[in-house]
Design a protein around this ligand. Structure first.
Ligand SMILES: CC(=O)CC(=O)SCCNC(=O)CCNC(=O)[C@H](O)C(C)(C)COP(=O)(O)OP(=O)(O)OC[C@H]1O[C@@H](n2cnc3c(N)ncnc32)[C@H](O)[C@@H]1OP(=O)(O)O
Ligand SMILES: NC(=O)C1=CN([C@@H]2O[C@H](COP(=O)(O)OP(=O)(O)OC[C@H]3O[C@@H](n4cnc5c(N)ncnc54)[C@H](OP(=O)(O)O)[C@@H]3O)[C@@H](O)[C@H]2O)C=CC1
Length: 290
């Protein structure tokens, strides 16, 4: 039975994943190499739980109990008694492979492993573990407490029991699982990220300003956020990594990352998480940077 959850990476996804598991009654260990990321995650989870309780979605007691079920750590040794560990570190295959290789000897043999990767091959990541049959893609959407979908991706070696256990867990979290095959960027990002990349090309070619592009897509296509606002929300580094995986993995020029997206990432303008991307977030209201 899955009771103890481990989460690696306390960025925006790691904190959201810890939040939903803790709220569903699981004990969670949230690990990051960066102590400051752990402090921020705790504050963010606390705020998001308070927001849910102030809207009457959960009780104050449930919010307090959920926060109490999350422990933080800077070492992976804390995962010794975990039943499922979900890797949600930066979207970089080298980093993820190193984490998985270092992690496996610390786990009990029955522990299941998942990656929240947005795009990287589950088969390849599974091959970096000592248990590819217990490894699966469990792809949550941002913001995790709000978004209903979890994509489940089987690698070539993923066992049916692993898929079935993780599918049941997804339903326990009151999320909706959708099964995707192990192709670059799976379903959501195969469709969403080329749209965002095209929005950056639209900006790069001067077809419209940041404000015009986002307003056009919000009001003209009924998207809750414009594509550039959404890119800043996801993180421009994540967006670029996904486009690179699509470009390399499918070898089609239609996935070429827009040079302007590359430039923003090279400048360290990663969107909301660095306070600057297609918008500047340092003031009271986001201001377009182009
Ligand atoms: C890159 C990948 O690998 C995959 C991905 O995740 S791609 C990204 C997928 N996500 C999206 O496309 C998100 C698009 N944006 C949206 O859906 C909406 O803008 C949004 C849900 C983020 C915010 O919605 P909004 O109406 O503008 O703002 P807001 O009113 O503050 O929030 C809506 C609700 O969500 C809640 N909420 C928002 N963020 C929250 C969070 N982090 N935690 C808890 N609750 C949250 C709010 O409290 C609010 O609740 P009520 O409906 O009860 O009022
Ligand atoms: N952003 C999004 O909308 C979505 C992202 N994802 C995926 O989720 C994963 C995380 O993304 P996101 O939360 O946005 O990224 P963030 O950049 O917000 O967070 C990643 C965190 O992982 C930490 N980290 C890096 N290396 C290690 C390590 N070796 N051990 C432990 N922690 C480490 C980083 O620390 P430091 O800052 O010090 O490097 C950072 O705190 C990625 O695979 C991404 O593709 C999936 C769905 C949506």
């Amino acid at each position: 039975m899955v009771e103890q959850i481990g989460v690696i990476g306390a960025g925006q996804m790691g904190n959201g994943i810890a939040h939903v598991f803790a709220l569903a009654g699981f004990q969670v260990k949230l690990m990051d190499v960066n102590e400051a990321a752990l402090d921020n995650a705790r504050t963010t989870i606390g705020k998001n739980l308070a927001r849910q309780s102030s809207k009457g979605k959960i009780s104050e007691a449930d919010a307090t109990a959920a926060l109490g079920r999350i422990d933080t750590a800077t070492t992976m040794k804390v995962f010794a008694d975990s039943d499922l560990v979900i890797e949600a570190a930066s979207e970089n295959e080298g980093i993820k492979r190193r984490i998985l290789t270092e992690l496996c000897p610390l786990l009990k043999p029955s522990c299941l492993l998942a990656s929240n990767t947005s795009s990287i091959s589950i088969t390849r990541l599974g091959a970096a573990t000592d248990r590819p049959e217990k490894f699966i893609g469990m792809h949550f959407m941002n913001p995790v407490p709000v978004m209903k979908l979890v994509e489940l991706i089987r690698g070539i070696a993923t066992a049916e029991e692993t898929y079935s256990a993780v599918r049941t867990l997804t339903l326990t979290l009151e999320k909706i699982p959708v099964s995707a095959e192990d192709f670059p960027a799976f379903i959501v990002n195969r469709i969403l990220l080329p749209m965002i990349n095209e929005a950056v090309y639209t900006l790069y070619e001067g077809v419209g300003s940041v404000d015009a592009i986002d307003t056009a897509m919000r009001l003209g296509a009924n998207h809750p956020m414009g594509p550039l606002e959404l890119a800043d929300f996801i993180g421009l580094d994540v967006c670029l990594s996904v486009m690179q995986v699509l470009h390399e993995g499918l070898a089609d020029t239609k996935y070429r990352p827009c040079p302007l997206l590359v430039k923003y990432v090279e400048a360290g303008w990663l969107g909301r998480k660095t306070n600057k991307g297609f918008y500047d977030y340092s003031g009271p209201k986001p201001v377009p940077t182009r």
